[in-house]
Design a protein around this ligand. Structure first.
Ligand SMILES: *Cc1c(COP(=O)(O)O)cnc(C)c1O
Length: 358
């Protein structure tokens, strides 16, 4: 039976990538050694790192004004590194509170300066992205931080705020799922395990001159400038994660790049939302204009039916559909690696389930 994994993260990787990684695991590029056994300063890994950076620049159209850094500690480490490096002395930063991850980022920033919540949907259980007219970015802010896709609440920005302050975005759960203009952002970061690679690493795309503002007394490993100057090789980087990331980028190129990926992601999410909106059985807790194309969350008439839904789906090879423990319900995470066929299989199952249990 074909299994489709709808887990929110670590999430499924493209089947092709998993098979390539499996083949190369014990013999990388004819060396007779696995990549994880080779020196990170040797020619084989150097090529892997170079190609990953080149392919990422090409796919996202990243200019030379930006550095690409691979930093361990996942997105959560960035919650602290951002204010540590980028909060101006006696300064403040603006945050939009659109979910659990935004709130965690804000909590870390409070350790380093004043945090101003300039928009929030917390009072309505994060059911929408606060509307643009609420933005009042102050040009004195150290930066403005947003979370472009809210993995748990199932909301996503479909337009970005313009800000005089440097705009920083946590794109952990929607990076490379659509075309964006990198120049609109001062920094983009993403934990790898949703749309890019295995867990444990963050991809950081940062405007080089922004990194220069960090205080001089930061530990070496917590300074962006270290990663920029040493090309993410100050210490031993997560070689396997970067290698798999490189395979994912080559897969994205074969798929036709981000514009093509965006079309497929649109088709997948539209199929699910159409079913939910035309059904008396399923219900979306999210405002239509704020709905995520990556994490489709929905409810059934009762928690008992939701538990049965998750169990029955699993028997049919549809795994990882249980909503986040903090909000309940159902969540279908449909990142880049989820093929349209997987979503169609889920739609068929949902129709059958509603007929049998409605
Ligand atoms: C998963 C996630 C994180 C946390 O990532 P870690 O790599 O586990 O630290 C942060 N932000 C968003 C939006 C996420 O989806």
């Amino acid at each position: 039976m074909e299994v489709y994994n709808f887990s929110a993260g670590p999430a499924m990787l493209p089947k092709e990538v998993m098979n390539q990684a499996k083949e190369h695991f014990t013999d990388f590029a004819g060396t007779g050694c696995g990549l994880v056994e080779l020196s990170h300063r040797g020619p084989e890994f150097s090529k892997v790192l170079d190609e990953a950076q080149t392919d990422l620049r090409e796919l996202m159209e990243i200019s030379d004004d930006y550095a690409i850094c691979f930093i361990q500690g996942g997105a959560s480490m960035q919650f602290a590194m951002i204010p540590m490096n980028l909060m101006l002395p006696d300064g403040f930063a603006e945050y939009a509170d659109t979910g659990t991850w935004s709130a965690k980022a804000m909590k870390e920033a409070e350790l380093f300066g004043d945090v101003r919540t300039i928009a929030s949907s917390k009072d309505s259980n994060y059911d929408k992205i606060p509307v643009i007219r609420h933005w009042s970015p102050d040009d004195k802010a150290s930066y403005l931080h947003i979370t472009t896709n809210n993995t748990i609440a199932g909301t996503q920005y479909h337009a970005f705020p313009t800000s005089k302050a440097p705009l920083i975005a946590d794109m952990s759960s929607d990076i490379m799922s659509r075309k964006i203009n990198v120049d609109d952002f001062a920094m983009i970061y993403a934990g790898a395990q949703k749309n890019l690679a295995p867990s444990g690493m963050a991809l950081v795309i940062i405007r080089k001159n922004l990194a220069e503002r960090a205080p001089k007394n930061l530990p070496t490993m917590l300074k962006y400038s270290t990663y920029i100057e040493k090309d993410s090789m100050f210490n031993t980087p997560p070689t396997f994660t970067i290698y798999v990331f490189g395979l994912v980028l080559k897969w994205l190129k074969r798929m036709g790049g981000l514009a093509e990926m965006e079309e497929i992601n649109d088709a997948k999410s539209e199929a699910l939302y159409e079913l939910i909106d035309t059904s008396d059985f399923y219900r979306s807790p999210v405002f239509p204009e704020s709905r995520s194309k990556m994490n489709v969350v929905f409810r059934l008439p009762s928690e008992e039916l939701e538990a049965k839904f998750v169990a029955d789906a699993k028997k049919k090879g549809l795994s990882g559909l249980k909503g986040h423990r903090s909000v309940g319900g159902i969540r279908a995470s449909i990142y880049n690696a989820m093929p349209l066929r997987g979503v169609e299989t889920l739609v068929d199952f949902m129709n059958d389930f509603a007929r049998e249990n409605g």
